[in-house]
Design a protein around this ligand. Structure first.
Ligand code: HEM
Length: 446
């Protein structure tokens, strides 16, 4: 914690001054919108000291800021254990042993050994699974009963992760395993789990450690079985049988950590990207996408307008670095904000307007459109997610939108969810819904 509140870090960025500690507390009291609404717009340069008055938490923005943030990986280091400086070597540490938290050579090695899971042969297999999962979903029914599209997409992506990532069928025990994996990370954000680290079985922390051990036991058992089995096209089998040109391979505990990370990074994000895409398609008057090209443009435009990961995963600044006129101090906690870049009128004229045709023949800077980040740390599952979104929406008969008041809520500081269920109905089409209202309109203006 101490590092996050290092209000002694000096920074000289043009913009209004502030009182260091008061501003740090004010920043924490608000949700992430605070940075957008109140702070970022008041600082003109590529470096925005989010806490005002000191350099403990900074936002890097614009072409110059985003380029430094996403390409200077040896300076902007991914945090290994969330934003809290937790002690190392504890039972939970294995949860952070994955490509998503590694830096330097360790990061490069993990990425190299994970890459085969997105090779073409595997992707062809995944596409077949995605189509089959959609066929079994409520989107393929026509009973006319309303259902929550976000919840249904979560079921769909969970099933796809079980079959494509772990290579196991969708049954009760495996769905429970997926739920337990997802809960581990959520529990880590519960202050009761973190602040009272008693290992007694009845405490939240003790329960969490027990759950953690049980999840990792199940994953390691699965890995051992896959190693003994013939190679197959699911990602876990590929990882178990991948040996690089130097004879290097991931060990069983390493694969378990990676599976946890891949699941945590890919399950809710993909479901919410599909939710925002379907919402913008159904909630915009006019024809729905009729061709692959139209759908691709609609998905990109929804990812631009309502990004599922509006703020990047935080980095710690490893040494002083100059970005534009400002020196970002060593020790600062740094963010980039794809949502701000996506709404920069210099890159996207009328940024609040949903306009899929802006993608036809257009070329945008890789630092302006960042749904998956960019550079050496770009989302490792981006092609898996893209294929899943386009296969699922591409094969769907469009339902009707019933809920039109939708809030854009950032949960756990990372993923944007609708605040409440968003109901749709399949079957014969009902009249077009009224205009969509709610806090999504702060980004989706017209
Ligand atoms: C639409 C769905 C998804 C979105 C919007 C998304 C977005 C992101 C973003 C923004 C980052 C961080 C980039 C950065 O801070 O530099 C990231 C990293 C990552 N994502 Fe995704 N992601 C999605 C799906 C997936 C899937 C399906 C998987 C796995 C199967 C996955 C695995 C990862 C991993 C492993 C990283 C860390 C990469 C590294 O640090 O080298 N993601 N993702």
């Amino acid at each position: 914690m101490a590092k996050m509140f290092d209000t002694s870090l000096r920074i000289d960025a043009a913009g209004p001054p502030g009182i260091p500690i008061v501003n740090n507390l004010r920043f924490l009291r608000h949700n992430a919108w605070y940075a957008l609404d109140r702070v970022a717009t008041r600082f003109p340069g590529p470096v925005v000291p989010l806490t005002g008055g000191n350099g403990s938490v900074v936002l890097l923005r614009g072409e110059e800021g985003a380029r430094a943030y996403f390409t200077e990986n040896d300076v902007f280091e991914r945090l290994s254990d969330g934003i809290f400086a937790l002690p190392k070597g504890r039972p939970w540490s294995k949860m952070f042993d994955a490509v998503i938290t590694f830096n330097g050579d360790r990061h490069r090695r993990s990425r190299r050994l994970l890459m085969p899971i997105t090779h073409k042969n595997a992707m062809d297999h995944y596409a077949t699974v995605f189509a089959e999962t959609l066929r079994r979903s409520r989107f393929a029914g026509d009973d006319g009963e309303p259902f929550d599209m976000a919840a249904e997409f979560l079921d769909i992506t969970r099933a796809n992760m079980l079959v494509c990532l772990l290579g196991i069928e969708v049954n009760d025990a495996n769905v429970r395993l997926a739920g337990d994996v997802a809960r581990l990370l959520r529990a880590f954000q519960n202050p009761l789990v973190l602040l009272f680290p008693s290992e007694a079985a009845w405490t939240p922390h003790g329960r969490w450690l027990r759950d953690l051990a049980s999840v990792y036991d199940r994953l390691e058992l699965l890995i051992e079985r896959k190693r003994a089995d013939d190679p197959r096209r699911d990602a876990l089998s590929i990882l178990c049988h991948t040996v690089d040109e130097n004879g290097d391979r991931l060990s069983t505990p390493e694969i378990a950590g990676e599976l946890h990370g891949l699941f945590a990074a890919g399950f809710e994000t993909t479901a919410m990207s599909m939710t925002w895409a379907l919402l913008t398609i159904l909630g915009t008057p006019g024809p729905v996408p009729g061709t692959e090209h139209d759908l691709d443009a609609a998905v990109r435009e929804s990812q631009r307008l309502l990004p599922t990961v509006p703020f990047s995963l935080p980095r710690r600044v490893a040494r002083d670095i100059r970005v534009g006129p400002t020196v970002v101090p060593k020790g600062a906690l740094a963010f980039a904000a794809p949502v701000l870049e996506h709404h920069d009128p210099a890159s996207f004229p009328d940024p609040g307007v949903y306009r899929p045709d802006r993608w036809t023949g257009a070329k945008f800077s890789p630092y302006a459109f960042l749904p998956y980040g960019v550079g050496q740390r770009r989302c490792l599952g981006a092609s898996f997610a893209d294929l899943q979104i386009r296969t699922t929406l591409g094969l769907m008969r469009w339902p009707s939108l019933l809920t039109t008041e939708v809030d854009y809520v950032i949960r756990s500081g990372a993923t944007a969810f609708p605040g409440k269920p968003v109901y749709v109905r399949t079957g014969p089409h009902t009249p077009a819904p009224g205009p969509v209202t709610g806090s999504v309109r702060r980004l989706w203006a017209a």
